[in-house]
Design a protein around this ligand. Structure first.
Ligand SMILES: *Cc1c(COP(=O)(O)O)cnc(C)c1O
Length: 379
């Protein structure tokens, strides 16, 4: 269904057309070509300190990251429960077992305390987790210092799922650069998009070379095709990289726009009891990929689903927050540590339209519809 005001719509107002025409004129649309290197170099420059390998999706980036840290059949991998399924699916691709951990209420991301409980419990049961997947959900940085301290204490590698946090910062540094390996996604509705795409980032050259090698079918550098290990067809292609490069050039302006949209929602909805926002901590700067609100039904008299359906009737797309993975039927047998933090966020939350191109008038309209609902239930 086409929405009049979609949740997160891409903006192509830069060099997308020019670069794709150049890529087509070059005749090279496959997994080598000038735009792939340009895209990787630009991305490395933006996030500083790290090198990047451009891939065909965020999911394949997570899969490769897990291969690189050595996840094998029968291993256990700890994963934030409150996230999109792609954070955990590659654990299963590798024949390993996901162990889900609840969020904390400040950032909505994996709780450092519960993470440590989970590690100790798994060790007591006889198996030390092979890796930890943490996520910066909706662009909001997790409590990275506390989480890395726990991971380092037990010497467990961390994979930083920054799929939603391209352009987010923690203590002034880019999200994705704190753990052993970080990943990004450039899928259709992320803050920048290459159509589909992803990247692995790391500051370890050997790891980056290994990722590049595995992503192109582990083909040896010989005049004939020779393979010493099983690889993947995961590299980004040149046409996609052309779009990605043009989008990357606009990243700062998109982050600025989405932050402005977030501020305006806050200002417009600030006075209504029962509606609250995801709060940034002093050390972090979210890209506010999506603005999210929590609706306390006891105070507002209406649920998140009520607002969703009223806005939908007006052609406006909103979305529930991610359903926690430990509550997903497909993961029902996976162990879970924690309480009901992620579950409550899921049942009260709503993502509001947050496109970089959202106009003031559109935002006023969205808020106006929510206000009408509020008035109905207050008076
Ligand atoms: C989008 C997303 C991914 C997967 O990225 P794709 O490019 O869609 O494969 C992984 N993790 C999170 C948290 C995401 O939002």
């Amino acid at each position: 269904m086409a929405y009049r005001i979609p949740l997160s719509f891409p903006v192509f107002e830069g060099n997308e057309k020019c670069y794709t025409e150049q890529a087509i004129a070059s005749g090279n649309l496959a997994t080598f070509g000038a735009f792939i290197n340009k895209f990787q170099n630009k991305l490395s420059k933006k996030i500083k300190t790290h090198q990047a390998v451009a891939l065909n999706s965020g999911t394949s980036a997570l899969h490769l990251a897990m291969v690189l840290v050595g996840v094998e059949p029968g291993d256990e991998v700890i994963c934030q429960s409150f996230t999109f399924c792609a954070s955990a699916n590659p654990i299963v691709y590798l024949g390993a077992q996901p162990i889900f951990v609840d969020s904390e209420i400040d950032t909505w991301n994996i709780s450092p305390e519960i993470l440590e409980d989970a590690i100790l419990s798994r060790i007591a049961l006889g198996k030390k987790p092979k890796a930890i997947v943490l996520v910066h959900l909706f662009g909001m940085p997790a409590k990275i210092n506390e989480l890395m301290e726990v991971a380092n204490k037990y010497n467990i590698p961390v994979i930083e799922d920054a799929a939603e946090a391209v352009g987010s910062k923690y203590e002034g540094k880019s999200c994705g650069t704190f753990a052993d390996i970080g990943i990004f996604s450039f899928n259709g509705n992320k803050i920048i998009t290459s159509g589909g795409g992803g990247a692995i980032i790391a500051n370890n050259t050997e790891l980056i070379q290994k990722a590049a090698h595995l992503s192109t079918q582990a083909r040896e550098d010989l005049p004939y095709y020779q393979h010493l290990e099983i690889g993947y067809n995961y590299k980004m292609n040149n046409l996609t990289a052309a779009v990605g490069l043009a989008q990357l050039e606009k990243l700062e302006s998109f982050v600025k726009r989405r932050r402005e949209i977030n501020t305006r929602y806050r200002n417009l909805l600030a006075d209504f009891p029962g509606i609250s926002f995801h709060q940034e901590r002093s050390e972090s700067e979210s890209n506010y990929w999506l603005t999210t609100i929590l609706i306390d039904e006891e105070k507002t008299g209406f649920s998140n689903d009520r607002i969703r359906s009223v806005l939908l009737n007006n052609g406006i797309e909103t979305r529930f927050l991610w359903k926690p993975l430990h509550l997903q039927p497909v993961f029902k047998r996976a162990p879970f540590y924690g309480g009901r933090v992620a579950e409550k966020l899921f049942s009260n939350g709503l993502c509001l339209p947050s496109s970089s191109s959202l106009t003031m008038d559109q935002q006023q309209e969205i808020v106006g519809i929510i206000e009408k609902e509020i008035q109905k239930s207050y008076f």
